[in-house]
Design a protein around this ligand. Structure first.
Ligand code: BG6
Length: 499
């Protein structure tokens, strides 16, 4: 598809939660970038919906502030902003009040008449999860979300999509009362990241990797998502969620399924998602009594980061002094299928880790025969490292002969970096995802069965944790690579990467 073929039909985007942080930090800056790239429909409007009383002009001013701070390309271009912001509107309403939605419908019909948007609508739920149900039901009641409307309205739903398997199923049920699955876009912003999408290209657009991508050649896989930041004022939310829900169920499982899935029959959205679901379903369930052998949970204690002292999790605002909420999780998983039988997948994620790094590393088996030198550790097994962020790129680690009279093996890297190779910055994840939703392309969104398959696996772990009587959790120093207890997941010869 050429970029111009990716311009959506005229449309109105309704953002619920318009006065919230995400709208200002991510959504409006992403829309502004799309306007700048010429990728927005010719006739387009945004209606921001929230409880707060505000005029459309005050909404525009707040969004301008957001773009000034967070837009990918700054400073904001004034003439472009004027044209773009003329189409930003604000609608005050109550998420639980059907009358607010009748009024919204009238407003949207007015915009359709003015802009000839022909009833083409995309709804974006960027509100606290407790409001999802009333909003969905009220969209239905107001006739804004029928399954037989033409054109079909679409809905984007922010994370978290449920907090366990039952709540995710329930939410799917509520959505299905008014929307068809093809209208529903469950967002996971990791899928909007260029490097994550590139996993499909790396694996299925090249001939050399796929023949090695299996248990004959791969020793194990590590998937790491570390952040240097702590809970950043979200102590209250974290106490409810924990990192297993916040990062593993969604983002890490996306990285995992793109690494482990079989080649799809085509790049069509359901073909790709079928394979991801199949992979998730092949994950070996962890028996309740074995959860602590396969999953390590940790929590950051006070430490030093970038030369500054930082508090421990229990000292953060909104956190109980004896909290056992996880801010670190490491898991050892197996996929019981022909490709991966016996290959461990080691996942770990942390708040207040040593640095910000997200990567997937595929660790290959060593050469079958040691031909060079007798020193242990000289010929390091090969690793293919996909660095998701920062400094996006891919490197292959292998051994080379050090120049000189003896045959000494040294590890070297073959490296590709996005920045150096393409000379342009990658778009923000939200730009790609909002554009795809406007185009009705759901490939990079999570399907109902996919979200339920990942929750099924995670809920089993949460249940085991809940049953544990002792309120204990491994502590790690803020700014470190996590608790020592995670080493127990490693098998002989394995070490956690510390890139
Ligand atoms: C969000 C989590 O989904 O992802 C945050 O709620 C986390 O806790 C963030 O910080 C990480 O996203 P990124 O794109 O910075 O890796």
């Amino acid at each position: 598809m050429t970029p111009t073929e990716r311009i959506p039909e005229p449309l109105v985007l309704v953002i619920f939660g318009a006065s919230g942080d995400l709208t200002k930090r991510k959504l409006l800056p992403a829309l502004y970038s799309l306007a700048r790239e010429g990728l927005l429909p010719a006739r387009f409007a945004v209606v921001g919906f929230a409880r707060k009383a505000m005029t459309s002009q005050a909404f525009r001013d707040a969004m301008r502030e957001g773009c000034d701070k967070f837009a990918r390309r700054r400073p904001v271009d004034n003439p472009l902003w004027d044209a773009f912001s003329a189409n930003l509107h604000y609608h005050q309403g109550d998420y639980a009040d059907p009358a607010s939605f009748t009024a919204l419908k009238e407003r949207l019909e007015g915009l359709d008449r003015e802009l000839h948007t022909a009833g083409n609508r995309l709804f974006y739920l960027s509100t606290p999860p407790s409001t999802y149900e009333p909003i969905i039901a009220n969209l239905g009641k107001a006739g804004l979300a029928k399954r037989n409307l033409q054109p079909l309205p679409h809905i984007i739903i922010e994370k978290p999509f449920g907090h366990d398997l039952d709540s995710a199923r329930h939410l799917n049920g509520q959505l299905k009362k008014v929307f068809r699955e093809s209208q529903i876009f469950r967002i996971d912003h990791y899928l909007g990241k260029e490097t994550v999408q590139n996993m499909l290209v790396l694996r299925f657009g090249n001939g050399i990797f796929e023949p090695l991508w299996n248990n004959r050649h791969v020793d194990h896989v590590q998937i790491t998502a570390m952040e240097a930041i702590g809970v950043e004022g979200r102590g209250g939310y974290y106490e409810e969620a924990g990192i297993l829900r916040d990062m593993v169920q969604n983002h890490l499982f996306q990285l995992l399924s793109l690494t482990g899935m079989e080649p799809p029959s085509s790049m069509e959205s359901n073909a790709v998602r079928d394979e991801k679901v199949k992979f998730l379903r092949s994950l070996r369930p962890i028996p309740q009594e074995d959860v602590s052998r396969f999953v390590v949970r940790g929590q950051y204690a006070p430490g030093t980061l970038g030369g500054e002292k930082v508090p421990g999790y229990r000292q953060e605002d909104g956190v109980a002094a004896d909290s056992v909420t996880d801010t670190y999780t490491a898991l050892k998983l197996y996929a019981d299928n022909w490709r991966w039988a016996g290959v461990p997948f080691l996942l770990r994620t942390a708040k207040r880790g040593a640095k910000r790094i997200t990567e997937i590393s595929v660790h290959f088996k060593p050469a079958p025969l040691r031909m060079f030198g007798g020193h242990d550790g000289l010929a390091e097994p090969n690793q293919l490292v996909i660095q998701v962020q920062p400094d996006e790129g891919i490197s292959l680690h292998f051994s080379a002969k050090e120049p000189g009279p003896t045959t000494e093996l040294l590890p070297v890297d073959m490296t590709f970096r996005y920045g150096a190779s393409f000379g342009k910055e990658s778009p923000e994840a939200y730009e790609r995802l909002i554009l795809d939703a406007m185009l009705g392309d759901s490939t990079l969104f999570t399907r109902d069965d996919e979200v339920e398959a990942s929750w099924a696996f995670i809920t089993n772990i949460l249940t085991a944790w809940k049953k544990q009587k002792a309120r204990q959790i491994a502590q790690y120093t803020a700014g470190s690579w996590g608790p020592q207890e995670a080493d127990a997941l490693l098998e002989p010869g394995m070490t956690w990467r510390k890139p």
